[in-house]
Unconditional design. Structure first.
Length: 147
């Protein structure tokens, strides 16, 4: 888009996502990795080298979160950027899936049942589409408790 063209609404996403504290990052990711390593070992029935690696990385992150959270600042920022990049890809996909697997079947079901909530089809027998509205009451009682 050129700089001269502007819309009434501003659709740009200029707001930066706030990163959590480095300590919370170490606690959270470290705990999840420790749990993943333990679950992998439990499911496999034996401790594998990959499970040990996952467990060790989780333990290091957890210990850094406890003792020196400032060392996790760069990793925390990279994690946030990776999450934002993934969200830009996943969000449109999820919205499309939601539309085609939830909204569209509901619309088909409503049409099969004969429901038309918007009444978009023309009614050739109607003299007018005007919806008659009753005149509002006038007087002092109408001015009290307006909202």
């Amino acid at each position: 888009m050129s700089d001269n063209f502007s819309l009434h609404e501003n659709y740009s996403d200029e707001e930066q996502a706030e990163s959590g504290s480095d300590r919370a990052f170490g606690y959270t990711v470290g705990s999840i990795l420790i749990a993943m390593g333990a679950i992998k070992s439990f499911v496999a029935g034996a401790v594998s080298p990959i499970a040990c690696l996952i467990f060790a990385v989780g333990a290091v992150l957890l210990l850094l979160g406890i003792m020196a959270p400032s060392l996790l600042a760069t990793l925390n920022r990279l994690w946030l950027k990776a999450g934002s990049a993934i969200a830009k890809i996943i969000n449109p996909i999820m919205l499309v899936l939601l539309f085609f697997f939830v909204v569209t079947p509901m619309a088909f079901a409503m049409r099969i049942m004969g429901k038309r909530p918007l009444r978009l089809a023309p009614d050739r027998t109607a003299a007018s589409y005007w919806i008659k509205r009753e005149a509002p009451e006038s007087g002092v009682s109408n001015m009290k408790r307006q909202f």
